[in-house]
Design a binder for this molecule. Structure first.
Ligand SMILES: O=C(CO)[C@H](O)[C@H](O)COP(=O)(O)O
Length: 223
């Protein structure tokens, strides 16, 4: 099976977690896109969705799924999203698609985080994938120096020759070679740096369920 077929398989499996008549949280990325396409087929089952990015909002709308502002929603029973890496304990690196801040916000009001990913995302230790950190642009260089002092390279993410600008008007530093032995502690340490908006470590609030696409089928893990 190709990686896309594995992503499609977990996107289909995640439909089981979509509650009747509710608003759900929807993530960002290629796996989330496959999920949105599946959601489009059963859109009458839900009231609508809260999107974790402008791109996701557009895709939901293209399927005729109503998109709600999080400020108008008190709680979500489920948030469904992909990950760049996930451990056997449910800690994740997210933000490969630069949507980490809104993803963390939407996930924070959800009772349950269902992570959907192809099996290659399952790792023993986080950090082979560069860890994204969203930063306030004026603090970018200062934050990069502090992050580099942790023993990694902090590389400004570029797009079309310019620093990438997120949906929040911020920039992304990708941390290469960071050793992440204790994800929850590292999350708190980086989040506490002045100028950091969000770190793409989801450990203090990790996944509750992971659906991982493997050649032999969808593997379910609960945490
Ligand atoms: O965190 C994310 C976007 O900010 C994505 O969930 C993550 O990058 C995984 O993406 P994909 O499903 O395309 O592999």
């Amino acid at each position: 099976m190709t990686q896309d077929e594995l992503k499609q398989a977990v996107a289909r499996a995640a439909i089981e977690y979509v509650p009747q008549g509710e608003i759900i949280g929807v993530g960002t990325g290629s796996t989330a896109n496959f999920f949105i396409d599946e959601l489009g087929k059963i859109k009458d089952r839900i009231k609508g969705a809260v999107a974790s990015s402008e791109a996701t909002a557009q895709r939901l709308k293209s399927h005729g799924i109503p998109v709600f502002d999080l400020n108008d929603v008190e709680r979500l029973s489920v948030y469904i999203d992909g990950a760049d890496e996930i451990t056997p304990h449910g800690a994740m690196i997210k933000g490969g698609g630069a949507a980490l801040t809104r993803e963390k916000i939407v996930a924070s009001v959800a009772d349950r985080f269902v992570c959907i990913a192809d099996g290659s995302k399952l790792v023993g230790v986080l950090g082979a994938f560069p860890l994204p950190v969203e930063v306030i642009p004026m603090a970018q260089a200062a934050v990069a120096r502090k992050l580099a002092a942790l023993g990694c390279e902090a590389r400004l993410r570029m797009k079309d020759g310019q620093p990438l600008i997120t949906d929040n008007g911020c920039q992304i530093l990708d941390l290469i070679g960071l050793k992440i032995d204790r994800p929850a502690e590292m999350e708190a340490l980086i989040n506490n740096m002045v100028g950091v908006v969000t770190v793409g470590l989801f450990a203090q609030r990790g996944a509750d369920v992971a659906l991982l696409g493997m050649a032999e089928g969808v593997k379910k893990m609960t945490f």
